[in-house]
Each structure stands twice: as structure tokens, then as C-alpha cells.
Design a protein around this ligand. Structure first.
Ligand code: DNO
Length: 398
């Protein structure tokens, strides 16, 4: 696979020159200065492409070209926003940037309660504490009917938590769940929002009458509308699975399980309607056999995220080391994709992969990196995954 790296644009403290030194081949980025729904002009796309190429790298993947909420819930202006999306795709296609990652998660792009959960070895990771998330839902957000949606064991933990909860921790939970994880990925809440909870509540309200069936219909509508452009420019759309892959905050979520993915790929059978195989997101769902899913969906996978989670008996999950304890066997998954490429007569570099979130280590914690996107942690993970790929490549040559 092609070794790519998520880079956040010219203001990223991790520079393209640094990335070349550690063996990165392709860049994954977005036009982060544009808001969801704005047209990406050919000039803007070309400027970014040239900047990346002037550093000896290529713009391999757009992550993300965000889908506006109105397209997801089916608002009055959705057709206008879909036209804008199509225009952005055309401009990307004209510039030869043809792998597009996006997601179809209502309101919240991804969810974690802890951004620096300490490990025994002195590093720290992202963590999802189910009870703290439920606490946020019931006691901070105060969402109607929230309590009834949580299981008895989690509610018992919430009761315990109530006894030790402080204002500071409540504030940190809000920051972690709806601000710090969202502001840098083109999410709904920006870091200068003075009332993030109010904004968040009004976004949730947009989905009051939207159930799974409606969201599915809206996703199909969106995909069918953009497929002609994808055919014309050979663009691969790669939906990112819901993270975590479960129903949360009363919102419908439709890319959580193998059945969901089967539905999505069959609903719009065009091969340009494909998947970002995020092993990490999928592994956070105890229902998912991630390795079996990689086999089943390899031929419709156009982009791979390598990471893995460890799921605790109480439903918490922790982002584990790439070669450590976790629910997805990344060595096997790399082998699945490398094999599938060769079976389909494609060159190994035809499929971009990036290491996803990795621990904070060796001074990363002082650098203010975006949550999950450390330098040393990701560099170590990339080294490990590059080693796995090299061994597998050697096996194919022998
Ligand atoms: C977080 C990411 C997500 C992902 C988007 C893709 O680190 O996994 O923000 O990039 O959901 O659209």
C-alpha cells in the first residue's frame, strides 16, 4: 500500500519536509480553511496540490470533503449543497485528486472522553469511557430520554461518577467530546464557539424526526447524485465508518456493522461507492469481526486506516498500540489488502493507507498536536506498519 500521512495544511507543526524524511509517500489532507458546503475551486485545489508536490510528495487522499448536515437530514437546501459538492468533486477530479474520504455521521464526527489517558509505560492514548460519555449525555447535555437509552450497568457507573464529578471534569468532558475532537476535522463546533453546548443541542434537534431508514435514504440520494461525476473523473468515494460504531445521543448511525456496509455497497453498487476501511473505528464495536470484514470488503476499499482498539468488559475502549493488544490483527489486515490488490492485478501502491491515531510520547504531549495526531507516536506506528508491508511484499516476490 502507499504510505500516506494525515497532514493538516501549511500551519501543521509537522512539516512536509519532516514527512519525507520518515518515508511518507503521499499526503492526506483537506482544505481546512473552507467550511462544509463551500465549493472547493479549482484554484484552491491546485494551490494545495502544487504546494504538496513542491515538497516531493503527492496529494493522495482528501480527508475529508465534509458532507453538510442538511444533506444528511434532508434539509430544504440539500440539492444546492449537493450541487456544490459535485462542483468540488469536479475540481478535484480535474486536478487529479481522486480518492475522497467522507463520513455520514450526524452532528458528531467522532467521540472520545479522554485525549491523554495514561498508559503504564509513560505514553498516553485516546480513550472512550462509556460511563463518562453517558454522564455527559444525561447530566451535562440533559438530553430528553437519554437515561432510558443506557444499560443498567452503565447507569450504575454513572451514579458512582456523580459522587466524584467536579466542575472541571465536566468542562473537560464538554471540551473533549464536542470541541477538541471536532474543531480540526471540519466538524460542527469550532474552538471559538462560546456556547458549544447550545450549538450542539440545536444540531441534535435537526435530527428529531430522522431515523435510520430516513438517513439511509438520504445517503443513497446523495451517492446517486454524485456518482456520475465520480464516473467521469474516476473518483473513489470512501465512507469512513462511524466512530464509535454504535448508536449514540439518540442520533441515527448507519455505518457501524458489516450489515450496514453491505447495505451501503449494495444500495449504490457503483465501484466508486467504496469504503475507508478504518480498522480502528470498526474494532471499537464488539459486534465487528474486523479481520473478516477486511476480507469481505477489500475489493470496495479505496483507503485504509490502520489502528486498533481494546474493548473492556464494561464497554469502555482504549486505542491500543498498533502491534499491541487489540481487537483487530493489523498484520493480517495488511496481508488481506496486499493480497487483494495483487489478485486484482493492481500495483501495491494503488491503495493508500495511513496510520491513524497513535500515542503521545517522547515530548509529543507538549506540542499541542490535534487529538490523536502525535508525531513520535505516529512515526513509530508508521515504522511498524511499513515493516509489516515490506515483509509481505518480500513474500510475494519470492
Ligand atoms: C478522526 C477521524 C475522523 C475522520 C472523518 C472522516 O481522527 O477518524 O475525523 O477523519 O470522520 O470523514
Amino acid at each position: 500500500m502507499e504510505k500516506t500521512w494525515r497532514w493538516f495544511g501549511p500551519n501543521d507543526k509537522i512539516t512536509l519536509d519532516m514527512l519525507r524524511q520518515i518515508g511518507v509517500e503521499g499526503i492526506v489532507t483537506s482544505l481546512h480553511h473552507l467550511k462544509a458546503g463551500e465549493i472547493w475551486t479549482r484554484e484552491e485545489v491546485s494551490k494545495m496540490r502544487n504546494f504538496i508536490e513542491s515538497h516531493g510528495l503527492r496529494w493522495s487522499v482528501v480527508e475529508s470533503l465534509p458532507v453538510s448536515e442538511s444533506i444528511k437530514y434532508g434539509g430544504a437546501d440539500r440539492d444546492i449543497l449537493i450541487e456544490n459538492y459535485k462542483e468540488s468533486l469536479r475540481n478535484l477530479g480535474r486536478e487529479g485528486v481522486t480518492t475522497i474520504c467522507y463520513n455520514f455521521m450526524p452532528v458528531l464526527d467522532w467521540a472520545r472522553t479522554d485525549l491523554d489517558y495514561p498508559n503504564e509505560d509513560g505514553t498516553s492514548n485516546l480513550y472512550f469511557n462509556r460511563a463518562e460519555f453517558a454522564y455527559f449525555d444525561i447530566h451535562i447535555l440533559k438530553r430528553d430520554g437519554a437515561e432510558a437509552e443506557w444499560d443498567a450497568k452503565t447507569l450504575e457507573r454513572v451514579e458512582l461518577l456523580k459522587k466524584s464529578m467536579t466542575k472541571e471534569r465536566e468542562h473537560t468532558l464538554v471540551e473533549n467530546i464536542i470541541v477538541k475532537t471536532q474543531c480540526f476535522v471540519g466538524g460542527n463546533i469550532t474552538d471559538d464557539d462560546e456556547a458549544p453546548l447550545t450549538t450542539f443541542r440545536s444540531l441534535l434537534a435537526l435530527y428529531k424526526n430522522i431515523d435510520i431508514e430516513t438517513l439511509r435514504a438520504n445517503m443513497k440520494y446523495f451517492l446517486e447524485a454524485i456518482m456520475p461525476i465520480c464516473d467521469e473523473y474516476n473518483i473513489n468515494m470512501c465512507v469512513h465508518p462511524d466512530d464509535p460504531p454504535m448508536q449514540i445521543l439518540g442520533l441515527p448511525r448507519i455505518v457501524c456493522t458489516a450489515d450496514d456496509i453491505r447495505w451501503l455497497l449494495n444500495a449504490v453498487p457503483n465501484p466508486h461507492n467504496g469504503l475507508t476501511f478504518c480498522a480502528g473505528s470498526l474494532s471499537a464495536g464488539a459486534q465487528n469481526d474486523v479481520n473478516a470484514m477486511s476480507r469481505e470488503f477489500a475489493s470496495r476499499t479505496h483507503f485504509v486506516h490502520l489502528r486498533r482498539c481494546q474493548v473492556m468488559p464494561n464497554g469502555d475502549f482504549k486505542e491500543a498500540a498498533h502491534l499491541g493488544e487489540g481487537r483487530a490483527d493489523l498484520i493480517d489486515i495488511v496481508r488481506v489488502f496486499e493480497t487483494s490488490l495483487r489478485e486484482r492485478g493492481l500495483c501495491s501502491k494503488a491503495l493508500p493507507m495511513r496510520v491513524d491515531h497513535a500515542p503521545l510520547m517522547l515530548g509529543d504531549e507538549k506540542m499541542g498536536y490535534n487529538a490523536g495526531y502525535s508525531f513520535h507516536g505516529r512515526m513509530l506506528a508508521l515504522g511498524q506498519m511499513a515493516g509489516v508491508m515490506a515483509v509481505i511484499d518480500r513474500e510475494f516476490k519470492n
